[in-house]
Write a protein that binds this ligand. Structure first.
Ligand SMILES: [Ca+2]
Ligand SMILES: [Ca+2]
Length: 201
């Protein structure tokens, strides 16, 4: 019985570590609400430079989003004007805390050339990070973390270099809060206490 209680605590604690604290993400876009088109606008993003194409299975450039997290729609960050895009999310108001930012990228899937996109959490939260992907780079989820000491409005930014009409594909952009270690420890103690009480009774 004691072993089972300890096992329960461990399972609960490990589940807490693996599951985001928030029920809903602070920002999420799988682009499924977009109209598929070349050189189009995006609902949750400002296109600050260049153009994007919204493509997807099974009817508009089928195959480009295939194998990704939500293949009905994804975004080619180098639109059909041959001017690659910089897209900036709507502002997201965040309080102090730790955050997980994740997104999926695939190489252009049409030629062997290499493309580069820079990801930035503005303003001043991260220095940014460049992703250089060969044309055949498979769909991959990238997960990054940052923390804020004070409330701040941030924008998620993807800035594709160059421009030749064929670019890196983007899907399922997500931002969520992650539990603080202190909070996790408190929850862990709480669970341990609950199990101990159950054992005694
Ligand atoms: Ca999608
Ligand atoms: Ca390209």
């Amino acid at each position: 019985m004691r072993k089972r209680s300890i096992a329960l605590v461990l399972v609960a604690f490990v589940s807490l570590l693996g599951v985001p604290a928030t029920a809903a993400p602070l920002f999420f876009d799988d682009f499924s609400q977009e109209q598929k088109a070349t050189n189009t606008q995006l609902d949750n993003w400002t296109i600050a430079r260049g153009t994007v194409d919204v493509v997807g299975d099974p009817d508009f450039f089928a195959g480009l989003c295939t194998g990704g997290p939500s293949p009905s729609h994804c975004v080619d960050l180098d639109g059909s004007t041959s001017s690659a895009a910089r897209i900036e999310s709507t502002g997201i108001a965040l309080g102090p805390g730790s955050y997980q930012f994740s997104f999926w990228l695939r190489g252009n899937a049409r030629n062997s050339s290499t493309d580069t996109v820079r990801m930035i959490v503005e303003t001043g939260v991260t220095p940014g990070e460049s992703f250089v992907l060969g044309g055949n780079a498979p769909w991959t989820e990238y997960i990054r973390f940052f923390s804020l000491q004070a409330p701040q409005v941030v924008n998620l930014v993807f800035d594709h270099a160059g421009g030749d009409n064929i670019g890196i594909l983007l899907d399922n952009v997500r931002l969520e809060q992650v539990p603080e270690p202190a909070l996790l420890a408190l929850l862990g103690f709480g669970l341990a206490g609950a199990c101990a009480r159950r054992r005694r009774s």
